[in-house]
Design a protein around this ligand. Sequence first.
Ligand code: OSB
Ligand code: MG
Length: 369
Amino acid sequence: MQIEAIEIHHISMPLVRRFETSLHVEHERECLLIHIEGDGHEGWGECVAHLVPWYSYETIGTAWHVMEEFLVPAILGAELESAVEFPGRVNGIMGHPMAKAGLELALWDLEGRLEKKPLVEMLGGERARVEVGVSIGIQEDVGTLLGVIRDHLAEGYRRIKLKIKPGTDLEIVRTVREAHPDLRLQVDANAAYEVSQSHIFEEMDPLALQLIEQPFPAEDLHAHAELQARLSTPVCLDESIDSAMMARQALNLGACRVINIKPGRVGGLSEALQIHHLCLERDIPVWCGGMLETGIGRASNLALASLPGFTLPGDISATDRYYEVDVASPRFELNSDGTIDVPNGAGLGVVIDRTALERFTLRTKRFKG
Ligand code: OSB
Ligand code: MG
């Protein structure tokens, strides 16, 4: 496929509900959408970097810069056999996995549409529907949280993830567990704790959580290994795992028993597949994380989560949990068994609503070969 033109769109979409984590509150989701034209077809990708560098060092600003100056020139005008060639073309450009993943996804979509193949088939996915859960941001008080959980259970979700931060943790998790003894429940700290606070997680150990996600800073694999050795609850790494190499190191060190895979965090679907294959080989369960994606990133996550190693429910909720209006259709809906259907149209299998896109666009730039 000949890469003829690339467009970057900076958009801002209002969230149905504010999303608060240990480090940041969000009312709108700003992100970058990437549009690639080639051989008379188009492909769409999504770069999941946030406006603020709270989750990782990348921001919408750094991603725009790295795409414009380095990544777009690396492929514009080029003739590519397949999206799998992209990582090799940009491996001299250090870091910036979210910027890379956004462009790579547009190439996967373009390739799928050219070959009339759904992404799920290109990736080796095996399921037509995948189990999903919902990730609940930090709420004002426990009463509100219990209400939000009840609503999501009534909607049909069967797995709940709670965001926690120092001071808003043990007590709340205990209360939720008492109200829902059999619920598949897990927590995510987004790296907000220090090693000296390990006792909080030891006290959570009897609460039968599915996993404890990223308690400590991303770089501190040792702290996670020490904690994992003292817990029967699996430690799950998110921010720490930026490549298959890092996944291998974390597993060799015993730093986790579960891995959350997000294509954006690891530089794209090719790297995500490698992490999946490694974990499958080592019998380590993986699940697909979320970054409050638009329908574009959600379609990709659903395809990825249909691979055999994804044995835990993903943070891939229905569209209406995030957005009243989305840039892509159809909207994703929760089935009565707590699953969402994997799209099976060519490429991502979604269509962009140009009116919605225009409404949400803050800035666009077009590059032509
Ligand atoms: O840590 O998993 C995370 C959202 C933005 C950034 C980081 C995370 C999250 C979530 C939400 O937990 C998952 C979703 O998209 O529903
Ligand atoms: Mg996380």
